[in-house]
Design a protein around this ligand. Structure first.
Ligand code: GDP
Ligand code: IMO
Ligand code: MG
Length: 438
């Protein structure tokens, strides 16, 4: 029995949804602790695909409680659409809960996100345009609207009147956009409030109570380590803390409640949006990875940039998340390659650099130093045990584990639940070295 955090160890889209769904079979509670509808977590079960943005990836288990915690931001419109979609597919949302303290994304957040990106021009972040940054900015500025405010209908009217008056100055004067009508926004959000009311709870208390009855809790990260506001590749980051420490803050639990941290990483690297990406491949191999890996954003449909596995970033993710083990996903995407490169360090103006630089100007100068490993040129998507893998694929996994000095607990070879090799169950298994101990 363990409380486990699942985080993305790269720039997001590592396959957290698949891994969380898989581990949720042993979980009593699954908690999303940060981010909003910028996330897109894909879960494929029995040939049916679920694209989840805010609902935790444990929702497909009817007895599992799924909580969207205080550190998240809620776009009620998108969330209700998502609830409708999963319900239409026969999934119960009775055990779905939202924190009273989570902040609410309003129409002006979306408008300001999109307009500010346009205004940035060549300095744009490449955001999802879902209003995430402006919602978190209001939270920090202490002018945000929380779920608890959304539930207080009379108070909401007055709060919107006051807030939209100010936001209209920004929309009109700064961005040349038409003003919003506070009453129209109020009427729209009134409907959302009534629909979501049965789901709204004191999430921190509920999670604490779960720890007291020794329930298994899975904390599902959104985005990835390199998109962390404090520890990612700033300014090309999101506005929350996807790293493991963010789970304690976002869920409202103490660090002593957490037993393990699992990092999810692709067998290569992808990135959506702007910002330096040292191992990016703008050649035929990059195209091949994108095609075979179907690398298009779940939320925006944007083409993901693809590149080789970056061990510097991997080691960084181990460090800032305190990773116990890794789940390596999409190994099957490398099946056809004759050779595979792994970045082991960076070259910065002739100097070898083993660590991720904090200065974005220096990061932009980083050239990958590669080691080349043989490919296996054999299909792996039907492999169900380590023994089934071609030797070169096994060697590749061992190489990654050694490079990052962290064991690999799970290998994923396809989108479905069964296309997985569980070397050691991170929830029930003993906490010990796995692949790297051999
Ligand atoms: P997340 O945001 O980290 O949950 O990841 P996404 O769902 O955005 O992107 C991962 C994509 O890869 C999804 O379409 C998954 O269905 C798919 N996927 C997950 N694991 C594997 C795998 O091992 N092999 C392949 N080929 N696809 C996978
Ligand atoms: P999941 O949970 C990949 C990226 C955006 C942009 C930056 C800031 O599916 O892994 P934002 O809209 O958050 O202000 O955009 O972060 N980004 C993601 N990239 N996966 C995600 O989520 C992402 N969520 C945000 O592309 O570069
Ligand atoms: Mg995603």
């Amino acid at each position: 029995m363990a409380n486990v955090i699942v985080i993305g160890a790269q720039w997001g889209d590592e396959g957290k949804g698949k891994i969380t769904d898989l581990l949720s079979r042993s979980a009593d509670v699954v908690v999303r602790y940060q981010g909003g509808v910028n996330a897109g977590h894909t879960v494929v079960v029995n040939g049916q695909t679920f694209k989840l943005h805010l609902i935790p990836s444990g929702i497909l288990y009817p007895d599992t409680e799924c909580i969207v915690a205080s550190g998240t931001v809620i776009d009620p419109k998108v969330l209700i659409e998502e609830l409708d979609q999963v319900e239409a597919l026969g999934v119960s949302t009775q055990n779905f809960k939202i924190s009273q303290a989570a902040h609410v994304t309003m129409p002006y957040h979306r408008l300001i996100d999109q307009a500010s990106e346009e205004r940035r021009g060549s300095r744009k972040i490449g955001t999802t345009g879902r209003g995430i940054g402006p919602t978190y900015a209001d939270k920090s500025e202490r002018t945000g609207i929380r779920m608890v405010d959304l539930m207080d209908l009379e108070g909401l009217r007055a709060q919107l009147e006051w807030t939209i008056q100010y936001k209209n100055v920004v929309l009109e004067k700064l961005y040349n956009l038409p003003p919003l009508d506070p009453e129209a926004v109020y009427q729209e959000y009134l409907g959302y409030a009534e629909r979501l009311r049965p789901h709204v709870v004191d999430a921190s208390l509920r999670i604490y109570e779960a720890t007291q009855r020794r329930a298994n809790i899975l904390f599902e990260g959104a985005q990835g380590t390199l998109l962390d506001l404090d520890h990612g590749t700033y300014p090309y980051v999101t506005s929350s803390n996807p790293i493991a420490g963010g789970a304690c803050v976002g869920a409202g639990v103490g660090p002593t409640m957490v037993d393990r941290v699992i990092g999810v990483a692709k067998a290569y690297t992808t990135r959506v949006g702007e910002g330096p990406f040292p191992t990016e491949l703008v050649d035929g191999i990059g195209e091949h990875l994108g095609d075979r890996g179907a690398e298009f954003g779940t939320t925006t449909g944007r083409k993901r940039r693809c590149g080789w596995f970056d061990g510097v970033i991997g080691r960084y993710a181990v460090r800032v998340n305190g990773l116990d083990c890794l789940a390596i996903t999409k190994l099957d995407v490398l099946d056809e390659l004759a050779e595979i490169k792994v970045c082991v360090a960076y070259d910065v103006n002739g100097n070898r650099c083993e660590h991720l630089p904090t200065d974005p100007r220096q990061f932009a100068l980083c050239q990958p130093i590669y080691e080349t490993l043989p490919g296996w040129k054999t299909p792996t998507s039907e492999c169900r045990a380590l023994e089934d893998l071609p030797q070169a694929a096994l060697d590749y996994l061992k190489y990654l584990a050694e490079l990052m000095s962290v064991p690999i607990a799970i290998v994923s070879l396809g989108a479905s639940r069964d296309q997985t090799i569980i070397i050691e169950d991170p929830i029930h298994g003993p906490k010990r070295a796995l692949l790297d101990s051999e």
